[in-house]
Ligand binder design. Structure first.
Ligand code: SF4
Length: 147
């Protein structure tokens, strides 16, 4: 059973969860979208659901396919509700993301948000040594259950 969110998908080997981002593999449920990036863009911080956090700054937005929510108003549904064969993606290593975020500091970048369903990739990126930027906003949807 996947421990990440309350859907608690009980998956058999090779089966993908409701989120379309996690799959049962080798007896555990892993991020099928690990490091698979569908979008990477430098956005104004005001575009994020962060109230009054560093106004006027920018943040490197990172996205992948798959999501554990099905919000009817989702502006990213074509990607969020997609699976690995539905949208183009490319692999980016955690260190590569950190380098990209750091290279954009001069353009106002203060950090990088990461998707809920690629938890291990987000953790790897956050743990990669760096000098700047220092902020990481993790898009949890107020939802993950595992620590
Ligand atoms: S993260 Fe995905 S696979 Fe895991 S319980 Fe939630 S919807 Fe299911």
């Amino acid at each position: 059973m996947c421990p990440i969110c309350p859907h608690a998908c009980a998956l058999v080997e090779g089966q993908t969860g409701l989120c379309r981002a996690r799959v049962a593999e080798g007896g555990e449920v892993v991020d099928a979208n690990y490091g698979r990036i569908t979008s990477l863009a430098l956005d104004p911080i005001e575009k994020k659901p962060l109230a009054r956090f560093r106004p006027g700054s920018k943040v490197l937005s990172v996205g992948s396919y798959g999501c554990n929510l099905r919000c009817p108003f989702c502006q990213n549904a074509s990607i969020a509700c997609a699976g690995e064969r539905d949208v183009p993606w490319r692999e980016i290593a955690p260190a590569e993301l950190v380098d990209a975020a750091a290279s954009l500091v001069t353009e106002g970048n203060i950090g990088s948000p990461s998707p809920t369903t690629s938890r291990s990739w987000a953790s790897s990126s956050s743990a990669t040594p760096r000098t700047s930027p220092t902020s990481v906003a993790w898009s949890t949807c107020w939802y993950p259950t595992a620590t």
